[in-house]
Design a protein around this ligand. Structure first.
Ligand code: SAH
Length: 374
């Protein structure tokens, strides 16, 4: 999804842009994934480290920020999954990339419906940004439930587990490969620089090195086709799959992306709710890419776990009862709350809003039933 994007040359360079330009001038172009990793997670200038990304005043709005119902339905889905896992007396509830912590706080409020579920859970949040951890801590104090933070999944002990990841996989660094004009060779699309004398800008360049057709790309390609790969996402699915094989559990992955692997450049930046050129203001915009759900599903199947979906977010939430839950809340709502509830539901499920672009994938331990919503 690429929208109108601003021209990078019109902006004063951000501090991170200056650093990257100096690096590229001295050492040559860098991979798009390294650019993304710095743009989002640079220890000093990364967008998630130094910015205030979320909500109406931020740069983008995620589903839990739109409506509490999103997290409540996921909460019920998790309770049901736990029962289908045989209601283990101890399990890990792991959220990857919790943002401001709203999703988990809606999940935990719903978890109070089943005291045994609540007592069995140990909550972990995988978050690298200190600033967002602080926001999450504030939310979790309100919820009154102890939470452990981790920098990555590998720090969390193995146990039966339920994973939730909403708009997390889109942050993981991608690589892009471009089909050559002749033959069957591909070049990597990299981030380089152009020097206009007093002003330098970041720009896309092609690698000198050529590659074979990237794994997972559709067999028929044309010159100029771009194929994206995301190794960190594959590694994460590998790790989740290994855990789901050792202990019962499920992972719910929700994100925007495509259900079939295809060609196209999906790298995008959002700033103040507008599409921005992805290289224009590193550190000051959210730089993400569409998730290739087919690639995640393939990896899951190769690791012999169960894969359900991807299904459309609109269908998933409708099956879980979003309309019924909204109707219940509306009964006790003020007129303003009623309007917000209706517009929130519309935004989450309408095909022209988030209902179709966003997909839901479930990875599951072998032997478990088909989960609700799939
Ligand atoms: N799930 C939230 C926010 C999504 S934004 C919501 O629905 O509102 C992405 C989140 O992932 C942020 O919290 C960001 O700091 C975190 N994040 C990004 N890359 C990460 C990584 N490699 N490891 C851990 N957390 C990461």
């Amino acid at each position: 999804m690429s929208g109108p994007a601003s021209n990078p040359s019109k902006n004063t360079p951000t501090p991170l842009q200056q650093k990257l330009i100096a690096l590229i001038r001295d050492h040559g172009p860098i991979r798009i994934g390294d650019y993304m990793a710095d743009a989002l997670g640079h220890p000093q200038f990364g967008y998630y480290i130094s910015g205030a990304p979320f909500g109406a005043d931020g740069d983008f709005t995620t589903a839990p920020e739109i409506s509490q119902i999103f997290g409540e339905l996921i909460g019920v889905w998790l309770i049901q999954s736990w029962r289908e896992m045989g209601a283990p007396s101890l399990f890990n509830l792991i959220e990857l990339g919790p943002g401001r912590g709203l999703l988990m706080s809606d999940i935990l409020r719903t978890a109070k419906l089943d005291k045994r579920f609540l007592n069995a859970m140990r909550v972990y949040m995988v978050e690298t940004s200190g600033r967002l951890r602080y926001e999450q801590q504030k939310q979790m104090q309100k919820a009154g439930i102890p939470v452990t933070w981790a920098n990555d999944l590998y720090d969390i002990p193995a146990a039966p587990c339920l994973f939730v990841a909403n708009e997390f996989f889109d942050c993981l660094p991608i690589r892009q490969f471009v089909r050559e004009a002749d033959g069957d060779r591909w070049r990597e699309r990299l981030v380089g620089m152009v020097d206009h004398g007093p002003q330098q800008n970041l720009c896309f360049v092609l690698s000198e090195k050529t590659y074979e057709q990237p794994e997972g790309a559709p067999a028929k390609s044309r010159p100029g086709d771009i194929f994206e790969t995301c190794e960190p996402a594959q590694k994460l699915v590998d790790e989740i799959a290994a855990r789901l094989k050792d202990h019962k559990g499920r992972a719910l992955i929700i994100d925007y992306g495509h259900g079939r692997s295809g060609f196209g450049d999906t790298l995008q930046a959002l700033r103040q709710h507008q599409y921005w050129h992805p290289l224009a203001t590193p550190g000051e915009a959210d730089v993400t890419a569409h998730v290739d759900f087919a690639a995640l599903a393939r990896t899951g199947r190769q690791r012999s776990i169960l894969v359900h979906g991807p299904v459309l977010q609109g269908d998933f939430l409708t099956t879980l009862g979003i309309a019924e839950r909204a109707a219940t809340l509306i009964k006790r709502a003020t007129p303003k709350q009623r309007d917000d509830l209706i517009s929130g539901v519309e935004r989450l499920i309408h095909p022209e809003q988030m209902g179709k672009l966003f997909k839901v994938l479930c990875l599951s331990s072998p032997g478990l039933a088909t989960p609700a919503g799939f």
